[in-house]
Design a protein around this ligand. Sequence first.
Ligand SMILES: NC(=O)c1ccc[n+]([C@@H]2O[C@H](COP(=O)([O-])OP(=O)(O)OC[C@H]3O[C@@H](n4cnc5c(N)ncnc54)[C@H](O)[C@@H]3O)[C@@H](O)[C@H]2O)c1
Length: 317
Amino acid sequence: LRECEDTQVVGWVDIKPGLAEEARSACGLDPIFTGTDLAEALEKTRPDFAVDVTAPEAHHDVTIRCLEAGIPVLGEKPMAHTLEAAREMVSASERTGKLYMVSQSRRYDARLQAFRRLIRREIGPLGILNSDFYIGAHFGGFRDEMESPLILDMAIHTFDAARYLSEADPIAVYCEEFNPSWSWYRGAACASAVFEMTGGLRYTYRGSWCSEGLHTSWEAEWRAVGPKGSAIWDGRGAPHAEVVVGHGGFHNPVEARTEEVREDVPSGIAGSLRDFLNALRTGATPMGECHDNIKSVAMVFAAMKSSREGRRVPVEV
Ligand SMILES: NC(=O)c1ccc[n+]([C@@H]2O[C@H](COP(=O)([O-])OP(=O)(O)OC[C@H]3O[C@@H](n4cnc5c(N)ncnc54)[C@H](O)[C@@H]3O)[C@@H](O)[C@H]2O)c1
């Protein structure tokens, strides 16, 4: 927000007394409204939009209160801590006619976008999509206490990227969450899941938040397979592919393909902020608009339900 030339922070609210003022000062912002009362902040500052970066359990109330005050919201992922809460947030956006977008910031990674173009151009509609996420993360705070820290707080990014890459929607999932003996999380810090997606695609997710050493990228490592070949992305450099260029022999002949990673796209949170501002100005539908983002949220809750019930479950929005 500070770095974007089109935005100005006019107020900061945190439920913990003194924290907003402390944060304002630490960020070097000029004196603005700071406090613990959201209604008072909205009343006194009358912002053009609100950014909700509270902990997940607070997203529902904070977002709905802003929307009902007529203020569009750019909220952090995951949209909510339950699917029911997410549905109420989407309804609030419809009822008030105000934009609610979730900042699914990893969609704005130029390398991920290059991978999607490569899949589209060279591989064709996917039948197989795999992702691996292995990072030993010592956060402290709310994640250490959550029941499903990996699936609810992190896998949402990877599931959302799977939808973005495949252009397919989730149908059903079988998932197992587990917590290895050495895990420092209270809840399940690891998971394996298989999603059935539209078009017959199977998307396989393997992840861990308590794997020390040989970390994958935060963007995960990916393999995509379609009728014309395979593409991989290690989540770090540029993606590449091999496509079939003839027939005959034990293996069909293939040729290497790559896709240029564009340097000129704003990435991460800056990318989602720009998408949001453009939507406010033009009425365009941004990525992460709540009606679309809830499909990624639904993948999360269906995976958790499958894991709890030990069976394959439908993914329902
Ligand atoms: N896009 C990304 O890559 C990314 C990265 C980090 C965090 N996040 C998301 O950002 C959100 C915040 O994460 P964090 O690590 O900064 O958490 P944090 O716990 O450090 O900060 C959350 C703050 O929200 C405040 N808060 C809680 N309830 C509130 C309420 N009702 N009203 C006002 N303030 C309230 C807390 O006091 C705390 O200061 C989470 O949803 C998280 O998943 C996204």
